[in-house]
Design a protein around this ligand. Structure first.
Ligand SMILES: Nc1nc2c(ncn2[C@@H]2O[C@H](COP(=O)(O)OP(=O)(O)OP(=O)(O)O)[C@@H](O)[C@H]2O)c(=O)[nH]1
Ligand SMILES: [Mg+2]
Length: 489
């Protein structure tokens, strides 16, 4: 997601890293790169200007210039300002407790309305609420059929009124029917147009005033950049939107629309669509997204994804083990086994914070195959070995390798990874941003994917070590800072 935006930001922070002496001039270089990156990501002009004003004011503050890690400090400022820009709060769809919630979904043609209605219904059903989809797009006969098929796939009733020409009547009748059937949430899939026109708006306004939905959400295509923002503005003027759902962020979207829409329209993003699959809808969390954009991952989204993907039994076991502070190889195996769905590992790792070079490297790896090998090795261990991998001496190692059909060094690799991972897993809960950034860095060097990967990973992980010159400079700065502190006291 947003790869060039991520690259650009990393570039901006990099200009500050390892600089012997940080001055206002080189901080300004970093800020200029930051601004350029935002413009290239198609963030609106006004938004870039306000954002840069805030960041610049804080970055040129004395504290950052004097700090030992100006790149990290700037990153932190950018993180906080991004959270403000994107939210700052998440804005979930509210569902009433004991009454019918009416959700009206609108948007331009092809923005992803119908798919999103299906995804929403699926998500709500997973929360043990009953939904009903309403085919209120009478523009094309195929639209009704599309919704009917979607409903069938997820096992949700679809209200269809054959031969009815008035979408307002369809919606009114559907709501009546939903009340009768004691449905919790009714989702209206309305018609779209290629462009905003008066007739469409008038139709939507009639539905809005006669059906009185609890929430009106607009679906916009995140790939269309500022056009998405403009359509959000127009729809909001006509309908007073409660929120936006931005789709197709899995593709080549540059990020500009997502970064601009709240600032320009005042309407929060509620969910994001990240794929064609019916489970590719995520609650939009500004802090998580800011973390993702900065390459620090998004643990809350990771937990959501895990909750949906990892089966309950496995989850419960892992949770219990973690609570007891026992992250054994058995727990590790339980976790690993869940990751063998193609592509899932990649999604998880992205949420954990993965740099593009790491991604490129992993794309050449057979991650799922690697998991299977690891599970095989754990299966070949005795219960005692799984509880205490320290028992694994060379002769046990050979036995395990033979049993799993792998090389002995792969067994050592697995144990090493387990050693690295287990404290991380134990500390994952309740971590702040700073810790998450640290965790992301650790993840990148731990090579959890397959035994042996960590060695390659270390090789590619260059440029982190400071030269002796830079170390001396840092030391000087540190001493200077100490002296200043003393003076203050
Ligand atoms: N990659 C990707 N594709 C999506 C996403 N959401 C929707 N799509 C695709 O976008 C296309 C259009 O989606 P629809 O749900 O039919 O869009 P619509 O707004 O209902 O379109 P009309 O009913 O014609 O106005 C479909 O091919 C969807 O699979 C998403 O988050 N990611
Ligand atoms: Mg549709």
């Amino acid at each position: 997601m947003f790869e060039s935006l991520q690259d650009g930001l990393r570039g901006a922070f990099k200009t500050l890293r390892g600089k012997g002496k940080l001055t206002e001039a080189n901080m300004r270089d970093g800020l200029r790169l930051l601004e350029q990156t935002l413009v290239e990501a198609d963030v609106g002009y006004e938004v870039v200007r306000d954002f840069m004003d805030h960041v610049t004011e804080r970055a040129l503050g004395e504290k950052v210039l004097l700090s030992l890690n100006p790149d990290e400090q700037l990153m932190h400022i950018v993180y906080q300002e991004l959270v403000q820009l994107l939210g700052p709060e998440a804005s979930p769809i509210r569902i009433k407790k004991d009454a019918l919630t009416i959700l009206m979904v609108c948007g331009l043609q092809g923005s992803g309305k119908t798919t999103t209605c299906g995804k929403l219904a699926k998500l709500i059903e997973e929360e043990k609420k009953h939904t009903m989809l309403v085919a209120a797009d009478l523009q094309r006969p195929a639209a009704i059929e599309q919704l009917r098929v979607l409903g069938e796939q997820i096992g949700v009733p679809v209200y269809i009124a054959p031969g009815e020409m008035d979408p307002v009547k369809v919606c009114r009748d559907a709501v009546k029917e939903a009340r009768k059937q004691q449905v919790d949430v009714v989702i209206l899939d309305t018609a779209g147009r290629l462009a905003i026109d008066r007739e469409l708006m008038a139709q939507l306004q009639r539905i809005d005033s006669q059906v009185n939905p609890d929430q009106v959400v607009l679906v916009v295509d995140g790939m269309t950049g500022q056009d998405a923002v403009n359509s959000a503005r127009a729809f909001n003027e006509a309908l007073e939107l409660d929120g936006v759902i931005m789709t197709k962020l899995d593709g080549d979207a540059r990020g500009g629309a997502l970064l601009s829409v709240k600032h320009v329209t005042g309407v929060p993003v509620k969910f994001i669509g990240t794929g064609e699959h019916l489970d590719a809808l995520e609650l939009f969390r500004p802090d998580g997204m800011a973390g993702r954009i900065l390459g620090a991952g998004d643990l809350a989204a990771l937990v959501d994804l895990a909750r949906r993907k990892v089966d309950e039994e496995a989850q419960k076991k892992a949770q219990e083990d973690l609570e007891k502070g026992q992250f054994t190889l058995d727990t590790f195996k339980t976790v690993l086994k869940q990751f063998q769905e193609p592509g899932l590992m990649m999604r998880m790792l992205q949420l954990m914070g993965m740099t593009p070079d790491m991604k490129e490297m992993l794309e050449n790896e057979d991650a799922e195959g690697g998991m299977k090998r690891m599970v095989g090795m754990i299966d070949s261990m005795t219960p005692a070995e799984r509880r205490n991998p320290k028992l694994i001496d060379p002769s046990r190692r050979n036995r395990i390798a033979k049993g799993a059909g792998v090389q002995p060094h792969e067994v050592s690799g697995l144990v090493k990874q387990y050693d690295m991972m287990s404290p991380m897993f134990k500390h994952m809960a309740g971590m702040g941003v700073g810790d998450r950034m640290k965790l992301a860095k650790q993840m990148q060097t731990s090579g959890m994917l397959n035994p042996g990967a960590q060695f390659r990973m270390k090789k590619g992980d260059t440029g982190k070590r400071l030269t002796s010159d830079e170390r001396r400079q840092k030391q000087k700065l540190r001493e200077k800072l100490k002296r200043q502190k003393k003076k203050k006291r």
